[in-house]
Design a protein. Structure first.
Length: 133
């Protein structure tokens, strides 16, 4: 889990509300995509290209207002293990959660919402983590 969230200057989940130019200046991952409202980076796991996380910083007026982590793993078992680990980490840090089907959400300080969702489909195993301001 640390590999997903740890940036050179701290926790990527703490970057909500920051100026996009600051994130671009400190992020060490190679940018993988961009559009008029988001900037994305990709972090590969295990020295391969089949397990990775896409980290997307959505912004308005250069201020990040949503961060999405799309995590792609090789197996449903790996997804379940990471899902359970993240649920435990987030619950210890943020307290009570609400669970609906495969999505768990936490209400954070300042009105932010953190969501963990198993988005696996038949041919692809994965998780999505969203933090919204």
């Amino acid at each position: 889990a640390d590999l997903i969230f740890q940036a050179p200057d701290g926790d990527r989940l703490e970057k909500i509300g920051q100026n996009l130019s600051k994130i671009k200046a400190t992020e060490t991952l190679v940018a993988s995509d961009s559009a008029s409202n988001f900037y994305a980076y990709t972090q590969y796991f295990n020295n391969g290209d089949d397990e990775f996380v896409d980290i997307q910083y959505f912004y308005e007026n250069e201020i990040v207002n949503r961060i999405v982590f799309d995590i792609f793993l090789n197996s449903e078992n790996d997804v379940k293990l990471l899902y359970d680990e993240l649920e435990l980490i987030f619950s210890k840090k943020h307290g009570k959660s609400t669970k609906v089907n495969k999505e768990i959400s936490w209400k954070l300080k300042g009105g932010r919402i953190l969501k963990l969702n198993d988005v696996s489909v038949k041919l692809a195993s994965g998780l999505q983590i969203t933090l919204v301001k």
